[in-house]
Design a protein around this ligand. Structure first.
Ligand code: GLP
Length: 266
């Protein structure tokens, strides 16, 4: 796992966006796994600037959302279908027909989950999966004790997740109890994982995912099983990491070809 420590949330967004933009510039038909939540918002905003300047185009790229609430109409402003359309598809110029979100409105949710897995496989898999992490260590909506082998399925949200996400919902509207989420096994099948985290509220989850034991109790620790996982964090999200000096040391001593920004930031 590569751990990249950066001074600010803006740096996290810029470096993550650089990595995605260079992949899509080299492979315009790349398939991107799209996370919602506040963590990747800066990444999308940074990519938007690059789209506007012509540095990169997502017109031929594909997208698969990580997860979706169950029971929200797809045009509900809080549904991840709407969120992904608003924050990613439209600003980045994806072809809407090439971006899929699990169908949380389906009457047969198990069938919808299976259809989603098939769609990802038919597209040739996910090239880079963007991830945030919940304060309880969840990735996607894989709550603690989710199996590392899990595939897209229905999950019951943890009370803490519902409380955390209530800020996105208007007063009086309850956060749904259930969701469809890519499983940890689905996420681990992506060719590359890129997790971003900012702020002190994520410090414990980051330390547990990166340095703690591999355990279903901390779903983010599944990243330790992946051959190409990158965790990009700001100083505050990194504050509980034990090997902070080592991550700085490796960054300072990288060979030039491995540097994130030529000649500069490692
Ligand atoms: C949400 C999403 C995750 C996200 C996480 C953290 O509930 N399902 O994909 O990474 O929780 O959210 P945030 O980035 O808003 O802190």
């Amino acid at each position: 796992m590569e751990v990249i420590l950066l001074p600010t949330a803006a740096d996290v967004a810029r470096i993550a966006a650089t990595q995605i933009a260079s992949l899509v510039s080299a492979h315009p038909e790349a398939t991107i796994g799209l996370a919602t939540g506040s963590s990747p918002q800066g990444v999308y905003a940074d990519l938007r600037r690059r789209v506007d300047t012509g540095e990169v185009s997502f017109a031929r790229a594909r997208g698969f959302a990580l997860d979706e609430y169950v029971g929200l109409a797809s045009d509900d402003p809080q549904s991840y279908r709407t969120t992904i359309d608003r924050d990613v598809v439209r600003p980045l110029g994806f072809d809407p027909a090439r971006v899929q979100v699990p169908d949380g409105t389906a009457t047969d949710l198990e069938a919808a989950a299976e259809t989603y897995e098939t769609a990802i496989a038919t597209a040739g898999g996910i090239d880079v999966q963007i991830l945030g992490i919940g304060a309880n260590g969840h990735i996607g909506f894989n709550e603690p004790t989710s199996s590392f082998a899990s595939r897209t399925r229905v999950k019951t949200l943890a009370p803490q997740t519902r409380t955390d996400n209530a800020r996105f919902f208007p007063q009086g509207q309850e956060v749904p109890m259930h969701c469809l989420t890519q499983g940890l096994g689905t996420i681990l099948d992506a060719r590359r994982l890129l997790l971003v985290a900012q702020g002190p509220r994520k410090a414990a989850a980051i330390a547990a995912a990166v340095e703690g034991p591999l355990t279903a109790f901390v779903p983010g620790s599944a990243l330790q099983l992946h051959r190409h996982a990158t965790v990009i964090v700001d100083e505050t999200a990194a504050s509980e990491l034990q090997l902070i000096d080592y991550y700085r040391h490796t960054a300072a001593n990288k060979p030039e070809w491995q540097r994130i920004e030529p000649g500069g930031l490692a």
